[in-house]
Design a protein around this ligand. Structure first.
Ligand code: DON
Length: 383
């Protein structure tokens, strides 16, 4: 059995948190102590180093919710969930993208990253899988970065379709045609909003943005891209239908190609949890400290995830789990506990709606045990 890497808590706590203290002390010594003798500076700086290396512990504790569960509890609940669901065999890998059919269905990884950058991982958390539809969340964030929420809403909308993620009838029937940024039609239209002088510039902008949200460089899984590009006639049809309604904002096939690339970006469960934790942390990546998504855009993104993150089973998900989440046919799901952190689970077999069976079970279990349900007043500390 894979063992929980609880040592990551200690690693992140000790090395990452001590670092800002050192930087703060060094700049203090340069700017404010210029007239003092060197030897005195050294003594003072060393004393300060010892004293303030504890400060970030307190400061970073303030970046998480005061009602966030204790890490020992999180650890034991995640272990329980792993054991409880590891032999779950319901569901099937997606096969309409040929590459995905061959991925080992037994792969199973769980990662949690908190807003104060504690990480907890268990199972196959280093396996790089394609982000697929989870990418739609972050292209939406980038579109809002460029256009602002009002224009983005006007051009895409945010209504549930109640249909499958790749539904053609939904494009015909919905008054907006695009539906929302998380179904294929709305997502392709959202990708078409990203500016750039050519397709390469737009694609690189998207990939760099995802990398900043993850806090490390992400790359394309070329085999996934080729497999999907060879078979995505349905998405091309959606893009042409959007063109008929004037609801796509760049060349339709170019937009589908960039969208196919964004879906083929590789992430592992840890990276995905960090991307989620950036949303949980008001758009600030908890590992790098960089504000990568505008703070004011985060509620729109989370609301959209609640409404359509698991497609036609989003209502049932909100009822049972009560957390904004997003799934991908690659087998990943990320769920956000605002102010607390994010949980990402990777397990390829999917249900009928295209959502990982095991990932839903694990997140449901963990969210209940840790009192994460956003609609429960006790999740924000009310007794
Ligand atoms: O466009 C597609 O069909 C895929 N690239 C993404 C679909 C997807 O991940 C749906 N999610 N559950």
């Amino acid at each position: 059995m894979s063992s929980i890497t609880s040592c990551k808590y200690a690693l992140l706590t000790d090395s990452c948190r001590a670092q800002p203290a050192r930087i703060a002390c060094e700049s203090f010594s340069v700017k404010s102590l210029g007239l003092m003798k060197r030897v005195h500076v050294r003594v003072i700086v060393s004393t300060l180093l010892i004293a303030v290396s504890f400060v970030p512990l307190r400061l970073s504790a303030q970046t998480s919710s005061p009602v966030a569960p204790r890490r020992e509890l999180v650890e034991s609940v995640v272990k329980e969930a792993y054991e409880k669901f590891r032999n779950e065999s319901k569901g099937n890998n997606a096969d309409y993208i040929p590459y995905l059919a061959q991925v080992d269905s037994k792969l199973f990884g769980i990662a949690i990253v908190t807003t104060d950058n504690q990480a907890l991982t268990l199972g196959d958390v280093n396996y790089s899988f394609s982000i697929q539809s989870i990418s739609k969340v972050f292209t939406l964030a980038l579109a809002m970065e460029e256009l602002g929420p009002d224009k983005t809403f006007e051009r895409i909308g945010s209504e549930p379709t109640g249909r499958a993620f790749n539904s053609v009838p939904a494009v015909v029937d919905m008054p907006t045609h695009t539906g929302n940024p998380l179904v294929n039609a709305g997502a392709i239209a959202t990708t078409s909003l990203i500016s750039g002088k050519d397709a390469d510039e737009k694609w690189n902008k998207i990939l760099n943005f995802y990398s900043k949200v993850a806090g490390e460089k992400l790359t394309l899984i070329d085999e996934v891209y080729k497999s999907e590009a060879a078979t995505n006639t349905g998405n091309k049809a959606l893009s042409m239908l959007l063109a008929k309604y004037d609801r796509i904002y760049a060349d339709p096939f170019e937009s589908v190609d960039i969208y196919t690339k964004q879906c083929s970006v590789g992430v592992n469960a840890s990276q995905l949890a960090r991307m989620g934790a950036t949303l949980a942390n008001n758009g600030v990546n908890p590992a790098t400290g960089e504000q990568v998504i505008k703070r004011e855009d985060v509620p729109y993104i989370l609301a959209t995830m609640t409404m359509a993150g698991l497609y036609d089973s989003s209502g049932s998900w909100a009822w049972h789990v009560g957390l904004p989440a997003k799934s991908g046919v690659g087998g990943g799901i990320v769920a956000i506990a605002p102010g607390k952190g994010a949980i990402a689970v990777f397990a390829p077999p999917l249900d009928e709606a295209g959502n990982s069976v095991k990932a839903q079970e694990v997140i449901d279990y963990v969210a209940q045990k840790l009192n994460y349900n956003l609609y429960s007043p006790s999740s924000v500390g009310l007794k």
